[in-house]
Design a protein around this ligand. Structure first.
Ligand code: FAD
Length: 497
């Protein structure tokens, strides 16, 4: 199909970020936009991650838009509830008629003469004044590089692409990875396999810090109060926000502040595991918070169960039907679940976005490392806004807070473009390097740098290009208004000041 459609704004991705952009554009009267989504529905992360036990690590009232409350059934929401929430917000927003599903953006390029973006998809081409990339920071599954992985003859799938057609009853299942998804999957799998005579092997490279999760269904009374008492939901959300924000100094200024939380995590191990050898194996050897701190009450008991083995010897290779570890042990399996995370420091979308000077974002970042101005805009890439861009990630609170702050910045930039009749804006190299120099200077003090771990936060050069090293209050303040001084602005031809 070779149709071409011209619009004012293109948004790529229909997760929390893309939907928030669509809603706020519409609120500002910017109704000429399209949201291109490669999947069949809204939801992003919460459409794709349907593995058993998939749950949010941030309480429901905080892990939701500030402008759209909901009748949450429990304190931490499982994936189906979050997906239902996103769908409800999308339907009520009246923007869905501008979402185009099953339409991957294959590449995007800036035409400096026309001052427009062109985005190609298998279903046609769209051109626009602005391009917002909301393609997600944890969206593209990453498989581990293990010899023989492709020769495995049994069932194999990534945690983010769970194959619900595979019957696990009585099977020998292996999970590779002990990160955020794995620790949610393992307790569910262990129970299913225990009930059907199956066995579970969990392959751990590094043990994560895990604190308890105070997860519970809300009572009818609580739900009614949260629904009906004016301002209560907002007040509760504010309380949760500050309780989470209190973690920031421990991660970014003085790791010793985390000592009480570290004690809670150690007590969690003691409570969940009886076997002293196993306790030793799951005790992290790096600073609290250096890798994402996880929450679970059920992971440790699942590891301690009779039908589970925690394997800490490194994996040497995979054969047709088994995993072989470095000590030569071969463990036969029927099903392999790969829970090894996502491409985070080399965002796949960067290979396909070409800017003013003819090079891609990936070309630029190979030189400078993944970096943006305020995590949102990039020199050489006019009118491009990246949601959940470089150094915007959070280990302690809701990413939706960050997304909303970025969308507020985008709206203010558009206001300026309208009022000053600008055809394009682009952050200067000076402002971008100054911003990133200061950010990386600050990063040196954080537990992510000093904590002695190797994590997915770091790129190949050991530089943290994923997390924000200050408070989210600070992030929101910096993005509260568009700062023209940091930008190169081009006026529409013939436009008077
Ligand atoms: C298992 C899991 C658990 C998480 N738990 C938490 C949590 O507890 N708290 C928290 O704050 N965050 C959590 N996150 C992070 C979560 O990703 C963010 O909170 C949030 O969902 C990000 O929204 P987004 O719109 O930026 O990205 P996504 O939700 O990833 O959406 C991106 C969308 O872009 C689409 N897309 C990508 N490339 C293209 C393309 N080329 N063309 C068209 N469409 C494209 C994708 O299909 C997807 O729909 C979790 C992530 C995962 C994977």
């Amino acid at each position: 199909m070779s149709r071409q459609v011209d619009v004012d704004h293109i948004v790529v991705g229909a997760g929390f970020g893309g939907l928030c952009t669509a809603i706020k554009l519409q609120e500002d009267g910017e109704t000429d936009f399209v949201v291109l989504e490669k999947g069949p529905d809204v939801g992003g992360t919460w459409r794709d991650n349907t593995y058993p036990g998939a749950t949010c690590d941030v309480p429901s009232q905080l892990y939701s838009y500030s402008f759209a409350s909901y009748d949450w059934p429990s304190s931490y929401s499982p994936q189906p509830d979050i997906q239902a929430y996103i769908k409800q917000v999308a339907e009520e927003s009246g923007t869905l008629d501008r979402f185009v599903f099953d339409t991957p953006a294959q590449d995007a390029s800036w035409d400096d003469e026309a001052q427009r973006w062109t985005v190609r998809t298998p279903n046609g081409t769209w051109t626009s004044r602005t391009l917002t990339i909301a393609a997600g920071g944890l969206s593209e599954p990453r498989l581990p590089e293990i010899e023989g992985l492709e020769t495995f003859q049994g069932e194999i799938f990534h945690s983010a692409r769970w194959d619900h057609d595979v019957d696990l009853s009585g099977k020998r299942v292996a999970v590779i990875g002990t990160g955020a998804s794995a620790i949610q999957i393992v307790p569910e799998l262990q129970q299913t396999l225990a009930a059907t005579g199956g066995h579970l092997d969990v392959y751990q490279r590094t043990a994560p810090w895990i604190i308890p999760r105070n997860d519970r269904p809300y009572s009818r009374l609580e739900r009614a109060a949260l629904r009906r008492v004016p301002g209560l939901q907002k007040l509760y959300r504010t309380g949760l926000y500050w309780a989470h924000e209190a973690y920031v100094p421990a991660f970014t200024i003085e790791p010793r502040i985390a000592a009480p939380a570290r004690k809670v995590a150690l007590a969690n191990i003691k409570k969940g595991i009886k076997d002293p050898e196993l306790r030793k194996k799951v005790t992290p050897t790096f600073g609290f918070g250096c890798k994402r701190v996880l929450r679970s009450n059920t992971y440790y008991p699942a590891l301690d169960a009779d039908n589970t083995e925690l394997v800490t010897d490194p994996i040497a290779k995979i054969t047709g039907n088994a995993i072989v570890t470095a000590d030569g042990t071969e463990r036969e399996i029927d099903v392999l679940v790969v829970a090894t995370g996502f491409y985070t420091t080399e965002l796949p979308v960067a290979e396909h976005v070409t800017g003013r000077s003819g090079r891609t974002l990936a070309d630029r970042w190979r030189e400078t490392g993944m970096a943006a101005y305020k995590g949102t805009t990039v020199p050489e890439f006019p009118n491009l806004f990246m949601l959940v861009g470089p150094n915007t990630g959070q280990g302690h609170t809701s990413m939706i807070f960050i997304i909303e702050a970025q969308v507020a910045y985008l709206r203010d930039a558009l206001r300026r473009m309208r009022s000053e009749r600008l055809s394009s804006i682009e952050p200067t190299e000076e402002a971008t390097s100054a911003f990133n120099r200061s950010l990386q200077r600050r990063m040196r003090r954080t537990v992510w740098t000093t904590g002695g771990c190797d994590s997915w936060y770091l790129d190949a050069h050991g530089r943290n290009t994923t997390l924000w090293p200050r408070s989210t209050v600070d992030f929101r303040r910096r993005l509260a208004s568009y700062d023209a001084d940091a930008y190169r602005e081009t006026r529409l031809e013939g436009a008077a000041r």
